[in-house]
Design a protein. Structure first.
Length: 591
């Protein structure tokens, strides 16, 4: 098998370089979640295509550390590769470093490519292993010498997004970043993360699947703003516009030498969004301030122009989803549909809109027990044919010039069990509780997470992923800094943030439930006890009622569901045909 051959080649190089353990993270020089083909190193080495994981290779063991979202997928894809699945106990934790520390002897050498590891990851590995007398070298690339047909960096065209869509000019955003640098007492700032670059400079592109970003770095000081990017990506008018905003354009590759020659006294970098190689090349005389990118917080708070575009985008997306679910219901009896084919059909419905650019992530169409895999993605090997029975989970989203969407719905294809109805209703209660939450200003993600989980916990049920993530404006579908999960005790929910609320429930080998809407956090009222906030629901798509066990709902939940579905009908019906309108009227009827 090809992956077994590659593993052998890597081990031969390890022996030559005196490397006892080699670490391959799932990342690129920009610490991206979704990667250009050139940096899909884990897939190339092992065959595993999930978006989160770490490979560790020693002379006698090769393992993939990943979390519960990918256990089934990893077992399938690693078969015969020479790699074994190692199940993470805590999502995103560096448990592989602990394992290395237990299995290597003092004096051993651990290596990784610093272009593929964030500063935060490198620091964690060093902190665990160096006290044990194990050497850590973050400048070892063992893949390039043997990856003969490695893809080149993408060269697709990029474009500028006008202020009529973004609501803020590039020059104004750069000035906001500069003001933040003053507060941080930093003379300069290097942005490595692609979504931050895209937001600050109002640039969009197609270098990464599903994310409208371009590969580049941005250096900002009080007097300079330098964009390191492949110049051929822009037409002349875009270059002129960037120049007029005070942005100089240099070739992408020059960024790596540029940091070696820095003469400023201090520079701010984000340790979680900057690769170790960049950090290690900054001259010792330059004081490094490790802090979250200022733009991360700025872009999370959407302005009124963005919000108005997003509300319109939700209508467009809702129309496409209505057409899709109607089509699905009318064709499932043919037994000609599959998980892959319906994902392709859903893309067609979205693509009918003139502002559609791409899907915002690979559609999760999980039928029956595949719905119990939160990040399931159908392959030719796993692809189920649909039948008029059981539950179907569809988690999908679109990238439009006017916004990003992310939605999950469950539909019944027929012959539903009482257990499925009960599970569905309990999850729906969680979605409603989260959507209805009223909370003091300054509340953190873990508090909204707990509010959403309360009715699920009350039945001794739970789910193993977070309740929600931030979403960009025609940008990454996963956007920080806010996240609704038990570990977010630091980041406050601010007015204008867009976040998903997506509780779930998964019975392995049976079915999975997840009901997801996007919401905007907003100011509610003030009292003698302080300022309070709540949510505006943005997603516009009916929530199925034929799966509801009404006896499990309180009046407040029934009222919310009826009001929501009526709102969906009122918003979407003017853009539907008479037959589509009649179908949606039936789906949104009060219970």
């Amino acid at each position: 098998m090809i992956h077994l051959q590659r593993l052998t080649q890597i081990r031969q190089l390890m022996e030559k370089e005196g490397v006892a353990a080699y670490i391959i993270p799932s990342s690129d020089p920009h610490i991206s979640e979704y990667l250009p083909e050139r940096y899909k190193c884990i897939a190339w080495a092992s065959g595993f295509t999930g978006s989160a994981g770490t490979l560790v290779i020693t002379a006698d063991f090769a393992g993939l550390w990943t979390d519960a979202r990918y256990f089934v997928q990893a077992n399938e894809q690693l078969a015969g590769s020479g790699f074994e699945l190692v199940k993470l106990k805590v999502q995103a934790a560096a448990e592989y470093a602990e394992w290395v520390g237990e299995h290597l002897v003092k004096g051993g050498k651990v290596a990784f490519d610093g272009n593929l590891a964030s500063l935060a990851v490198a620091q964690t590995v060093k902190a665990i292993l160096e006290p044990l007398g194990i050497t850590v070298d973050g400048h070892v690339d063992l893949l390039s010498p043997i990856w003969k047909d490695r893809p080149e960096l993408p060269r697709a065209k990029a474009f500028l997004l006008g202020e009529e869509k973004t609501g803020q000019s590039t020059a104004s955003k750069i000035e906001d970043v500069r003001n933040a640098l003053v507060k941080s007492r930093a003379e300069a700032h290097l942005i490595s993360s692609l979504d931050d670059l895209a937001w600050v400079l109002n640039i969009r592109g197609q270098d990464v699947p599903c994310n409208p970003v371009v590969l580049g770095f941005v250096y900002i000081s009080a007097t300079e703003a330098i964009l390191f990017i492949e110049p051929s990506k822009f037409e002349r008018d875009a270059i002129d516009e960037l120049n007029a905003a005070g942005v100089t354009i240099n070739p992408y590759e020059e960024a790596f030498d540029f940091v070696k020659k820095l003469t400023v006294k201090s520079i701010l970098i984000d340790p979680k969004r900057t690769c170790f190689s960049i950090y290690d090349d900054i001259p010792a005389a330059v004081r490094i301030i490790e802090r979250i990118n200022p733009s991360t917080g700025l872009k999370a708070v959407k302005n009124d122009v963005e919000l108005n575009h997003i509300r319109e985008t939700m209508i467009k997306d809702g129309v496409a989803l209505t057409k899709f679910f109607k089509w699905l219901e009318e064709h499932v009896d043919t037994r000609a549909l599959s998980e892959i084919s319906i994902a392709e059909k859903l893309r067609e419905f979205r693509a009918a809109d003139v502002d559609f650019v791409d899907i915002s992530f690979d559609t999760i169409a999980g039928y029956l027990d595949h719905g119990a895999l939160p990040h399931y993605h159908a392959t030719d090997f796993s692809n189920y044919q649909l039948k008029p029975q059981g539950l179907l989970l569809v988690d999908s989203g679109g990238q439009y010039l006017t916004g990003t969407t992310d939605i999950t719905r469950i539909v019944s294809l027929g012959e539903i069990t009482q257990e499925e109805k009960d599970d569905y209703t309990i999850v729906l209660k969680g979605t409603i509780e989260g959507s209805n939450a009223i909370y003091p200003k300054g509340s953190k993600g873990y508090q909204i997470d707990a509010i959403t989980r309360r009715p699920i916990w009350a039945t001794l049920r739970n789910y193993g992923h977070g309740t929600g993530h931030g979403v960009g404006f025609f940008l990454n579908v996963h956007e920080g800094p806010q996240v609704l999960n038990p570990t977010n005790v630091d980041v406050a929910i601010e007015e204008g943030m867009i976040t998903s609320i997506e509780p779930g429930l998964y019975r392995e080998g049976k079915h999975g439930i997840r009901i997801e809407n996007l919401v905007r956090s907003k100011k509610l009222e003030s009292s003698v006890f302080g300022d309070f906030m709540d949510f505006e629901t943005l997603t516009i798509c009916y929530i199925a009622t034929d799966l509801v066990e009404k006896s499990l709902l309180d009046p407040v939940h029934i009222d919310w569901l009826n009001s929501y579905n009526q709102w969906v009908f009122d918003k979407l019906s003017p853009r539907l045909s008479e037959s589509e309108k009649a179908w949606l009227k039936d789906k949104t009827g009060a219970i």
